[in-house]
Design a binder for this molecule. Structure first.
Ligand code: SAH
Length: 352
């Protein structure tokens, strides 16, 4: 698939042709990662953040948000819930919280790894290489860091640099991979200012980075953010719809046949009835049920009305398993790491 093919799929409106895209993505998914849908238990360990991201409700300037940080005991209890539900992975996610010290988190990771067979995925934003190294040594298996957009100008606008980290996340991903983490990245679809050309580059970059995990979801406006308060540009703007997100998801599966790709919470938020199942039928093979304790999950408000934020962990688990069964798919067992079925393609695309 070359850039022209990708661009024309992104603007395709013919339903029959799109049905062909969904079915191609679904066949590639079945051929490379099989029928299993892996469940990753999401634990939102802190909503503190030092960043000023223009899209995210956790940004440091949002003074109306009550902040929390989970204790070790609370995190371990969530990991035990993941085991009880039969999951193979927990994802520890947070804002960029300097209050999470490297040593403290290393201890938490060690405890989870000693007492369970769970894979541990971290999604904590941009952290110092020494911290990433310590956590890897403590047993963390995977790291998720979405590059959000490969368009450098747009990236700078939506993700203003802080004093410590000025490099584009694309460069930071290489360091994460070198430490031996399974490496995940991704984007939001329909950020104001995103063009079809940059979206095409994003997709090619997924392939060229040889990502183990690819996360794609629609941008959802949060009123207490810079982007959420802006009116949207009309022309050549990528829509933040479920259809557009599904096109990007399907194309990501075609370009990264053996990657683990979730039907994201953002997709389920945009379309609570069909978001998860559409995602799973159009290339995805992972769901991330929310295991965050009830008193915190509403406060992890990266965007409003996040799917699962008013439900218990049991209810989130139930919905995920029901969705998988209704599609005739199997619930994944074990850690569900990436199994490479295709050789990596050399890196040819960089940020524009
Ligand atoms: N601090 C971590 C985790 C952030 S939340 C980090 O920056 O990596 C994980 C992802 O949620 C982000 O990478 C972003 O792609 C997505 N996200 C944040 N705000 C969003 C919004 N308003 N709409 C849709 N997705 C959003």
């Amino acid at each position: 698939m070359d850039p022209t093919d990708i661009s024309s799929w992104l603007t395709e409106t013919d339903e029959q042709k799109l049905a062909g895209l969904w079915s191609l993505a679904d066949r590639i998914r079945a051929g490379h990662v099989g029928t299993a849908v892996h469940l990753r238990g999401l634990i939102e360990i802190s909503n503190y953040c030092v960043r000023h991201c223009a899209y995210c409700g956790l940004h440091t300037g949002n003074t109306s948000l009550k902040r929390y940080r989970m204790t070790e005991t609370e995190i371990i209890a969530c990991a035990e819930t993941a085991v009880r539900f039969g999951y193979g992975t927990v994802v520890l996610q947070s804002g960029e919280d300097r209050g999470i010290s490297a040593e403290w988190l290393a201890g938490v990771i060690q405890k989870i790894k000693h007492s369970t067979t769970l894979a541990v995925t971290l999604s904590l934003g941009e952290r110092h290489p020494d911290e990433l190294k310590l956590w890897r040594r403590a047993g963390a298996d995977r790291y998720l860091l979405r590059f959000e957009t490969s368009d450098r100008e747009l990236y700078k606008k939506i993700h203003p640099p802080t004093g410590s980290t000025r490099r584009h996340r694309i460069e930071q991903l290489a360091a994460i991979r070198e430490l031996g983490y399974e490496t995940g990245s991704g984007i939001m679809v329909g950020i104001p200012g995103q063009t079809f050309a940059s979206l095409t580059r994003d997709l090619l970059l997924f392939r060229d980075l040889d990502l183990d995990m690819v996360g794609i979801g629609p941008w959802l406006p949060h009123p207490d953010t810079v982007l959420g308060a802006e009116s949207l540009p009309a022309d050549n703007h990528v829509p933040n719809t479920d259809l557009m997100s599904c096109k990007v998801l399907a194309l990501a599966r075609i370009l990264c046949p053996d990657a683990n790709i979730p039907a994201t919470t953002a997709l389920a938020t945009l379309n609570p009835e069909t978001g998860r199942s559409h995602g799973l039928e159009r290339g995805a093979n992972v769901l991330m049920p929310n295991l965050t304790p009830d008193r915190y999950k509403k406060l992890y408000e990266i965007y409003p009305n996040k799917s699962g934020s008013t439900l218990s962990a049991e209810q989130c688990d139930h919905i995920a398993k029901k969705t998988i069964r209704a599609l005739g798919r199997k619930i994944g067992t074990g850690q569900g790491s990436r199994i490479k079925t295709t050789p990596a393609i050399g890196s040819t695309v960089t940020a524009s």
